[in-house]
Design a protein around this ligand. Structure first.
Ligand SMILES: C[S@@+](CC[C@H](N)C(=O)[O-])C[C@H]1O[C@@H](n2cnc3c(N)ncnc32)[C@H](O)[C@@H]1O
Length: 280
């Protein structure tokens, strides 16, 4: 299949441009769409040009939206050990979750901020390319069955490696549990703290006027090729306050020119201050 040609068609006929996503992952996913829907390439092109609902479903297939509450539990205390120095002295601070998926990362972070007594100073922004994911983030309803183990794992990790004196967390302050219907429901007061927008990191302007103290972009750029990653690092660099931090995923590390403009500490990349770059 000439998937480059197909991505060009997609770019021309829809709002989506995946031409700089990494070849292997996009190829695999497109092949899956073709086989699941028993389509030829010509039929796929036809549907892409004429069927908006199909395109939205295809985008969901192409952009992996796997996420968990306290994904990589052992990493969260390590992340916040580093972030706390950046945010603790601020009267208010801004955090952007770029590629937030259904919002589990957003609420994981908010729960930690609450436990650290910092949540009331936080302004939280969450964006994703998928409208469905953004809506799920707004709703804050997740499967109990799937996430139950994560909460226990997270509590265990915190007990071993406490940040800011956290010994254990009473999750009922943050989540209502409806075991019969297999649901966690994030409490309204937490959901109300999150400003959500549908936003494409590749093509859209940043949808917020303010700059950020922390940007989480975990397990998103891994699907982009090196030149697109570089472009996004440049945009994040511009959107961060001096000394602000970008948090990447467990299996990601920054490469290319912008690597020299951040100080790496585990998954946390702190913007170094003395840098004047002319943005076009
Ligand atoms: C694997 S999930 C990661 C979710 C969360 N950050 C985490 O680590 O648990 C990747 C998310 O990136 C989003 N995404 C992919 N391409 C994007 C783009 N161009 N702009 C914004 N979000 C994008 C997907 O829709 C998906 O929800």
């Amino acid at each position: 299949m000439d998937f480059k040609h197909y991505l060009q068609v997609l770019k021309e006929h829809t709002p989506y441009d995946f031409s700089d996503y990494s070849d292997n992952s996009i190829k695999r996913r497109l092949q899956k769409v073709i086989s699941d829907n028993s389509l030829s390439l010509d039929e796929l092109i036809q549907k892409t040009q004429n069927d908006q609902v199909f395109v939205e479903r295809l985008v969901e297939e192409i952009t992996v939206n796997t996420t968990e509450l306290f994904r990589d539990p052992e990493l969260w205390p390590a992340i916040y050990e580093k972030l706390i120095n950046i945010i603790k002295t601020k009267k208010t601070f801004n955090i952007w979750h770029a590629g937030c998926s259904s919002g589990m990362e957003v609420y994981s972070s908010l729960i930690i901020l609450s436990e650290l007594g910092l949540a009331d100073r936080a302004r939280i922004y969450a964006t994703d390319i998928s409208k469905r994911m953004v809506n799920q983030c707004k709703k804050g309803v997740y499967r109990y069955d799937f996430n139950g183990g994560q909460l226990k794992a997270f509590e265990k990790v915190l007990k071993k490696n406490p940040i800011g004196g956290i010994k254990s967390i009473d999750f009922s302050k943050y989540l209502d549990v409806d075991v019969d219907n297999d649901k966690y429901i994030v409490k309204d007061y937490l959901r109300d703290m999150v400003i959500t927008r549908q936003h494409d990191l590749v093509q859209d302007d940043v949808p917020f006027y303010n700059k950020f103290d922390v940007i989480f972009c975990r397990n998103v750029l891994i699907y982009f090729n090196a030149s697109l990653q570089s472009k996004i690092y440049q945009m994040f660099h511009k959107q961060l306050y001096p000394g602000g931090a970008l948090v990447l995923g467990n299996h990601e590390s920054m490469t290319g020119f912008f690597k020299t403009k951040f100080k790496k500490n585990g998954a946390v990349y702190q913007k170094t201050n003395a840098f004047h770059f002319k943005y076009q």
